[in-house]
Design a protein around this ligand. Structure first.
Ligand SMILES: Nc1ncnc2c1ncn2[C@@H]1O[C@H](COP(=O)(O)OP(=O)(O)OP(=O)(O)O)[C@@H](O)[C@H]1O
Ligand SMILES: [Mg+2]
Length: 375
């Protein structure tokens, strides 16, 4: 067995382990995808590699990481499934496609020109019928034949990537389903116990007749039982407790510049302020939802994050411009669940989540949650 066949397998395992360990985090960073492209070039004869991913939030295809080329330059190339037939074919046929002739018909013209492409490989990042993106790789603009081992390695790396992406999505869906189930149970419990009692009492009161001592006592008992039921129901967690977190709010914010698509973010973090450990989960939940939302519902030129404290409370705020004009139907301003679920989570910590268009064209999410004074 040659050296080259042995080393990749170990590297591949490292890649798989690293990928799976990122499933819990918000979004793997650009640095991470760039690291993967480095791995592709180390393990195969490829000299340049780039990963393009479909962003479900913005509905755009964005370059996520690259080796051997300038990321910012590639980020300027407008790539879609339509103007990149090679990607479409690779995804549809679920195989590595090599393009040699008429390359400018296969990829966006800007990409072919900027990169001086001659022979190009395109590997689908897809699993279980879901398309996540593609991995493009070449030998620095040289013509070449793709060897079977390189084809297999490209396939393996992209499959691992797709599996990790799929696992992340499934996990988020399960989490969401669980939270919904919690809310439904709460609604049902209140409906079945509290409402029934109150309804009984209201019938008696509405009858208009004078109540005897016994009836009055029964009404009072029903009311106090209803209150007790309500108290028990509300004491139960409304939403799932914040996830135990392996990362910190500060780390997640610091990683933002490495994420693609890059957001035009400024951060004001009160000097010396440390987020208490018990508030890491809720603040990261709000950050995560706010980031998903800004990508999904806005085309911002400004995103402002503030982490502050005062009056015994921690304040996390994120604002953005670039809202779709009201009435265009592009962003129904109420439809979803994300912010409402985050509000429940905030309530569990005795906090409050406000959100909405504070000034025309400026969207703001603001979490205020109590914490110890001395921090
Ligand atoms: N950053 C933002 N910029 C502009 N509009 C926003 C922003 N965040 C939220 N909105 C608006 O508020 C609505 C509610 O957001 P929320 O996160 O609760 O739901 P969603 O994102 O539409 O769906 P879900 O979170 O359930 O996937 C959105 O539909 C959108 O109209
Ligand atoms: Mg949302």
């Amino acid at each position: 067995m040659t050296q080259r066949e042995v080393e990749p397998l170990e590297t591949m395992l490292d890649v798989a382990v690293e990928l799976l360990s990122t499933i819990e985090t918000i979004v793997p960073s650009g640095e991470f995808y760039t690291g993967l492209c480095d791995v592709v070039c180390r393990m195969t004869v490829m000299e340049r590699a780039g990963i393009w991913l479909y962003d479900m939030g913005s509905h755009r295809v964005e370059v996520a990481g690259v080796h051997g080329a300038d990321l910012d330059e590639l980020a300027r190339v407008e790539a879609t499934v339509e103007n990149t037939p090679i990607a479409r074919r690779a995804l549809l046929e679920d195989r590595v496609v090599v393009a040699q002739d008429h390359i400018e018909d296969e990829v966006p013209a800007d990409l072919a020109r900027v990169m001086g492409l001659t022979t190009l490989t395109c590997t689908p990042i897809a699993a279980a019928g879901r398309w996540y993106g593609v991995l493009l790789a070449d030998r620095g603009g040289e013509r070449f034949e793709l060897a079977d081992i390189d084809r297999d390695l490209l396939r393996m790396i992209s499959k691992i990537l797709a599996l990790a992406a799929g696992a992340r999505i499934t996990m988020r869906q399960q989490e969401r389903a669980r939270r919904l189930a919690d809310r439904l149970n709460l609604a049902r419990e209140i409906h079945e116990r509290v409402m029934q009692r109150l309804f009984g009492v209201s019938l008696v009161l509405a009858s208009g007749r004078m109540l005897g001592d016994e009836e009055r006592e029964r009404c009072a008992r029903e009311m106090s039982d209803a209150l007790a039921d309500l108290r028990t129901a509300l004491r139960r967690p409304l939403a799932r407790a914040s996830r135990p977190s392996t990362t910190t709010l500060r780390e997640e914010i610091e990683r933002l510049p490495h994420q693609r698509p890059r957001l035009p973010t400024t951060v004001q973090w009160r000097e010396g302020l440390r987020v208490p450990e018990e508030l890491e989960g809720i603040t990261q939940s709000v950050l995560s939802e706010a980031l998903t939302n800004v990508r999904k519902h806005a085309e911002p030129t400004r995103v402002e994050i503030v982490v502050d404290a005062g009056d015994g409370a921690l304040v996390f705020e994120m604002g953005n411009d670039g809202l779709a004009p009201a009435g265009t139907g592009q962003t129904p301003r109420s439809g979803g669940m994300g912010l409402r679920l985050a509000s429940f989570e905030a309530l569990q910590h005795g906090g409050l989540l406000e959100f909405g268009e504070t000034d025309p064209g400026w969207w703001r999410v603001r979490l205020v949650v109590p914490m110890d004074e001395e921090r």
